[in-house]
Design a protein around this ligand. Structure first.
Ligand code: PEP
Ligand code: MG
Length: 583
């Protein structure tokens, strides 16, 4: 398996270069990749399979008991077929043989065998619907038990390693221990997937969307992850290894040079102050933002409080997290966004509702308006935390005025409750919305009458305007925040805000890319919130340009008709203005 160097390419989502041994996480996606294991790991893999089978049988039997009690003996007996399949010697021996003789990982052995059984049943052309779906069920169940151990596997990591996986959930990514995880790379994912966003806050190199990654990496292989260029190299030859050791040192040197900008303000050459804030998912990231010289927190994605745990957080737990952030920021503004749960951000305890189109479904403010218990608990905590410092409250994914009004009504109710109870809170906190759904951008003038601020969420605005799933690497080339259609909505929103005297900022990942800084300033943006690792690079651009130059860039961009031309042009200008950054 080892020997031949493999150079793979993906999407860089967190900068830096790391070199180390691979720690390959078992995993299952819609199609399970044919991952191989080392011959010496066969026994452990067979044990892992046995544990998954036993756990699945126990689960089916418990379910059978529950159904029997509720619906009677006959209905309960349906589950007997599942138990029989999970004990079927023919099926299990085939799975074991793929592990023992062909050294496939347990997930693939299960997946491959059961898929073959299903195809054979289908070829027989007998009424097999129920049996095939039973087989699909047990396949899913076994895979869940095999992959459900992933967090434990991650905790077992004892030497500094590079984590390799088909995919990582945002919660798994957040749980990575950066004292032992040097970098990570995944086969799935895209630039603005939430996994990528969490990676940016961890300050370790990361590359996602690496095609065929799982086929080429094996446990313990030497791997290089270049989070600047999006390259993953397996089994590098000595010369490549030396080159990347040099690049890693150079990156550190570059980071040190940039760090001289930390204490300096983000002011353009013609003295316009641009406010650079940090995006965070966890209170622990505040320190990193401060080290990077952030003027405040422009986006606190509070839903991650739910994603790190199995139970729903209490009001006191919300309050503790928010107070920690506000206190640490020592008088700098903190924009707390209410829960944006749903789509790819759902805790295990809320996974029950399967939606066909989760990004268009019960997500975010829509979920909060249904689950007012969760929402009001959070609103109480935000208001209570407001006595600690300047807090701004922001609703995500608002798509109609009715939603905004309903959310504000609930906020008013919470205020009244707190007043009745004599609980202190600030009465004058600003209330704003994310502009991230095209309908809201189009109606920005109406929304501007009812809020104190807008924050442009270009990650979702791009996804919804272009109908391109932000997390799907196979359509990633269609996804561009500088597509002219997206830019028109951005410009329209900024003008509506300016006309009504509403503050407007931007917090999508695009403002973390210094390539877009001039364009955003040229469009009138004076406050940006970005992943903390990118703040110094943005500051370097800000300090190298004038607002008039930026306006000219925006004028030129608006004459262009496609994202590619715009990207090429922006790179050209950026190279001229800040050659060190865009060599
Ligand atoms: C956005 O959509 O641009 C945004 C900042 O929110 P999130 O990435 O959390 O969806
Ligand atoms: Mg969003």
């Amino acid at each position: 398996m080892s020997g031949q160097m493999q150079k793979l390419t993906g999407i860089p989502v967190s900068p830096g270069v790391a070199i180390g041994p691979a720690f390959v996480l078992g995993g299952a996606g819609p199609a399970v990749p044919p991952r191989r294991i080392r011959p010496e790991d066969v026994a452990a893999e067979l044990k892992r399979l046995e544990r998954a089978i036993q756990a699945s049988i126990a689960e089916v039997q418990a379910e059978q008991e529950r159904v029997r009690a509720r619906l009677g003996e006959e209905t309960g007996a349906i589950f007997q077929a599942h138990v029989q399949m999970l004990q079927d010697p023919g099926l299990l021996n085939r799975v074991r043989s793929l592990i023992e003789n062909e050294h496939f990982a347990a997930e693939y052995a299960v997946y491959h065998t059961i898929q073959r059984y299903i195809s054979i049943l289908q070829e027989l052309k007998t009424p097999i619907g129920a049996r095939a779906s039973d087989l699909r069920d047990i396949c899913e169940q076994l895979l869940r038990h095999l992959t459900g151990r992933r967090r434990q596997e991650l905790r077992r990591l004892s030497t500094p390693s590079i984590v390799i996986a088909q995919d990582l959930t945002p919660a798994e990514t957040a749980s990575l221990d950066t004292s032992r995880v040097l970098a990570f790379a995944t086969e799935l994912g895209s630039r603005t997937s939430h996994t990528a966003i969490v990676a940016g806050g961890l300050d370790i190199p990361a590359v996602v969307g690496v095609a065929h990654l799982m086929e080429h990496v094996y446990q313990g292989a030497t791997v290089i992850v270049d989070g600047n260029r999006g390259t993953v190299i397996v089994d590098p030859d000595p010369e490549t290894l030396r080159r990347y050791e040099y690049l890693a040192r150079r990156f550190q040197f570059f980071a040190q040079t940039l760090s001289t900008l930390r204490g300096l303000p983000a002011v353009t050459k013609d003295e316009h102050r641009i406010y650079l804030m940090g995006n965070i998912e966890f209170p622990r990231e505040v320190e990193y933002c401060l080290r990077q010289g952030a003027d405040g927190i422009g986006l606190y994605r509070t839903e991650f409080l739910f994603l790190e745990r199995d139970t729903i957080p209490s009001e006191e737990e919300h309050l503790a997290a928010y107070s920690k952030v506000i206190r640490a920021m020592r008088g700098r503004p903190v924009v707390i966004r209410t829960l944006d749960l749903g789509a790819d951000k759902l805790p295990d305890s809320m996974q029950s509702a399967q939606e066909r189109n989760p990004f268009l479904g019960l997500r975010s403010i829509r979920l909060c308006l249904r689950r007012t218990d969760l929402f009001k608990t959070q609103l109480r905590a935000i208001l209570r935390a407001s006595v600690e410092g300047p807090v701004h409250l922001m609703f995500p994914m608002v798509s109609t005025l009715a939603e905004l009004r309903r959310a504000k009504l609930l906020l008013a109710e919470v205020r009244e409750d707190l007043s009745d109870e004599g609980v202190p809170y600030r009465r004058d906190i600003d209330v704003g919305i994310m502009v991230e759904v095209p309908s809201t951008a189009v109606l920005a003038d109406h929304f501007a009458r009812e809020v104190d601020f807008f924050s442009l969420g270009t990650n979702d605005l791009t996804q919804y305007t272009l109908a391109v799933d932000r997390g799907n690497e196979s359509v990633a080339e269609l996804y561009s925040p500088v597509d002219p259609a997206v830019l028109r909505l951005v410009r329209h929103t900024i003008s509506a805000a300016e006309r009504r005297g509403v503050h407007v900022s931007i917090c999508g990942e695009m403002c973390g890319d210094p390539l877009y800084t001039m364009l955003l300033i040229g469009l009138g943006i004076r406050s940006m919130s970005a992943p903390p690792h990118s703040l110094l690079e943005i500051k370097q651009v800000v300090r190298s340009v004038t607002v008039e130059e930026c306006r000219e860039v925006a004028r030129r961009v608006f004459q262009m008709e496609n994202a590619r031309d715009i990207e090429v042009y922006l790179r050209q200008v950026a190279r001229q203005k800040v050659p060190d950054l865009f060599e």
